[in-house]
Design a protein around this ligand. Structure first.
Ligand code: GLU
Length: 475
C-alpha cells in the first residue's frame, strides 16, 4: 500500500471540513438540516471468527457505515485492508452520499471495510471472511436491494462481489430481486458490461470534458484535448490501469505509473498494455524494463507532467509534496487523495483540481445501471436492439432511393448495427460525466466559489437538502 502520512484529522473530519466550506455558500436552511446531512447515520461494527488453513481461528473485524438514508438503498464499496478504521469508512461513506448527488444517482452513501489483506491472504480465507461478513450484514438488516448495496473498492473486485451475491441469495432464496443486493458482480452472475472499467472510463470522460475548454486551458498554459498530454498516474489497480488505457488510446503520453512497491517512469511514454501484462504475469511492477524505477512511489508524483492522477488511496498529495508538484491539473481518481492543506497550496499555485466526488463517480454510476438491470430482470439492449436495427435500415433504404446509390454490405452492416449493452452503458456514462462537469463548472464560475470541489459539494448539499425538505423526512 502506498505510504499514508496521516494528517491530524480523520477522513470523516476532512470530509466534514469540506462540507462546511461549501455550506457557507448554501441558502438559509432550517436550523439543524445541514448538521443532519453531514452526520453519519449508522455504523455497524462486527467481529467474527474465520478459520485459517492451519485450522486455527482468527477474529476478523469489519464495518459498514451508512452515511445517509435520504434516498434508498445506501450505496458504496467494501474496502479490504488491514488498516481499515471506523473513521475511514465513515468518511468514505459520506463521500459516497455527495458523489451520488453530484451525478444524480438516486442513492444514499455507504461504505464497508474488512480488516484483511485480500491480496496476500489465501483465497479460502478471503472467501470465508466475505461470506461471514455478508451474513453479519444480513442479520443486522445492513444489506439488501432496497436497503444497502455494496460494490468493489480498494482490495476487492468481482470475485468478492460474487461471494456476497451468492451468500445473500442463499439466505434469501425466494427474493425475486436478490441479485440486486450487490453490484460489480461478474457478468456470469448478473453483472453488467462495462462495470469493471467504469471508474477509469469516467475519469477519462471527465478529463476530456475539462480539457475541451479553450479558456481554462489557456489559463493553465495547456492546449485543448487529451492528445499529447503528459500524464503521471499513481496506482495501477482497476481504476489506474483503465484511466491509463483510455487516456493512452486518446493520444496521451503516460509518463509514469506506480503501485505500492514503486514507480516506473519513461519520459517517452509507457506502453500501458505491456506494463499491465507484466504486472499480471509477475504479480509485481518491480523489474519492468522502463528507463527509471523509484522504490518510493511518491517520488514520481513530483516529476514533470501536465496531468497528475492519484488513483490509489487517501492522503497522497500533502502539504509536503504539493509545492513540488509540476502538473497543471490534478485529477482525483482515488477517494480523498489530496489533503485540504495541499489543496490550498495547489490552488494558490493555479493548479486545476478536479475533485473525487465528481471525477471518480463513474463506478457508482454504472453500479446504478447494474442495479436497474437486476431489478428489471432484462438487459438494456434486449428490448431495443432489433427495433433500432430495423429503423436504421429504413433510413438507409430511403437515402439510397433518394440518391440512387447503394452502400456496400460492410458499410450497411456498420450503419444499421443496433446498440449492445456496452453501448448503452458507455453512452449513459459519458452523458452523466459531461452533464455533471458542466453543472459543477457553471456553479463554480457563476457563484465565484473558491474551487471546483466547493462547487461539487455545494451542488450535492443543495440536492440532498431538497430531498430532505420535499420528501418530508426532516421533522
Ligand atoms: N467503490 C466505488 C466508489 O468509491 C464504487 C461504489 C459503487 O459502485 O457503489 O465510488
Amino acid at each position: 500500500m502506498p505510504h499514508v502520512s496521516h494528517s491530524p484529522d480523520s477522513m470523516f473530519e476532512r470530509v466534514c471540513q469540506r462540507f462546511d466550506e461549501a455550506a457557507r455558500f448554501a441558502p438559509d436552511y432550517p436550523p439543524g438540516l445541514l448538521e443532519q446531512i453531514k452526520a453519519c447515520n449508522a455504523v455497524l461494527h462486527v467481529q467474527f471468527p474465520v478459520r485459517l488453513p492451519d485450522g486455527s481461528i482468527r477474529v476478523v473485524e469489519g464495518y459498514r457505515a451508512q452515511h445517509s438514508h435520504h434516498r434508498l438503498p445506501c450505496k458504496g464499496g467494501i474496502r479490504y485492508s488491514p488498516n481499515v478504521t471506523r473513521e475511514e469508512v465513515m468518511g468514505l461513506a459520506a463521500l459516497m452520499t455527495y458523489k451520488c448527488a453530484v451525478v444524480d444517482v438516486p442513492f444514499g452513501g455507504a461504505k464497508g471495510g474488512i480488516c484483511l489483506d485480500s491480496r496476500h491472504e489465501p483465497a479460502e480465507v478471503v472467501e470465508r471472511a466475505t461470506r461471514r461478513y455478508t451474513a453479519e450484514l444480513a442479520a443486522k438488516n445492513f444489506i439488501g436491494p432496497g436497503i444497502d448495496v455494496p460494490a468493489p473498492d480498494y482490495g476487492s473486485g468481482e470475485r468478492e462481489m460474487a461471494w456476497i451475491a451468492d451468500t445473500y441469495r442463499a439466505l434469501n432464496p425466494t427474493q425475486l430481486d436478490a441479485y440486486a443486493c450487490v453490484t460489480g458482480k461478474p457478468l456470469s452472475l448478473h453483472g453488467i458490461q462495462g462495470r469493471r472499467e467504469a471508474t477509469g472510463l469516467g475519469v477519462f470522460y471527465g478529463l476530456a470534458e475539462a480539457l475541451d475548454d479553450p479558456g481554462e486551458m489557456r489559463r493553465l498554459g495547456l492546449t485543448t484535448g487529451i492528445d499529447g498530454k503528459r500524464v503521471i498516474i499513481q496506482g495501477f489497480g482497476n481504476v489506474g490501469y483503465h484511466a491509463a488505457k483510455f487516456l493512452r488510446e486518446a493520444g496521451a503520453v503516460i509518463v509514469s505509473v506506480s503501485t505500492h512497491e514503486g514507480a516506473v517512469l519513461d519520459p517517452q511514454g509507457l506502453d500501458v498494455e505491456d506494463v499491465h501484462r507484466y504486472v499480471l504475469e509477475t504479480g509485481s511492477l518491480r523489474g519492468y524494463p522502463a528507463p527509471q524505477w523509484y522504490s518510493d512511489p511518491a517520488a514520481a508524483l513530483v516529476e514533470p507532467c501536465d496531468i497528475l492522477i492519484p488513483a490509489a488511496i487517501e492522503e497522497q498529495i500533502t502539504a509536503d509534496n504539493a509545492p513540488r508538484i509540476q502538473a497543471r491539473i490534478v485529477a482525483e481518481a482515488a477517494n480523498d487523495p489530496t489533503t485540504p492543506e495541499a489543496e490550498r497550496i495547489l490552488l494558490g499555485r493555479g493548479v486545476f483540481v478536479i475533485p473525487d466526488i465528481y471525477l471518480n463517480a463513474g463506478g457508482v454510476t454504472v453500479s446504478y445501471f447494474e442495479w436497474l438491470k437486476n431489478l428489471s430482470h432484462v438487459s438494456f439492449d434486449r428490448m431495443s436492439r432489433r427495433y433500432q436495427e430495423n429503423a436504421n435500415a429504413k433510413v438507409i433504404e430511403a437515402i439510397e432511393a433518394l440518391t440512387e446509390s447503394r452502400l456496400s454490405d460492410e458499410q450497411r452492416a456498420r450503419l444499421t448495427r443496433g446498440p449492445d449493452e456496452i453501448d448503452f452503458v458507455q453512452a449513459a456514462l459519458a452523458d452523466t460525466m459531461v452533464q455533471a462537469y458542466r453543472a459543477i463548472y457553471r456553479t463554480w464560475r457563476e457563484r465565484g466559489l473558491p474551487s471546483l470541489r466547493t462547487a461539487a459539494f455545494l451542488i450535492a448539499i443543495e440536492k440532498v437538502a431538497t430531498d430532505y425538505l420535499t420528501l418530508g423526512i426532516f421533522p
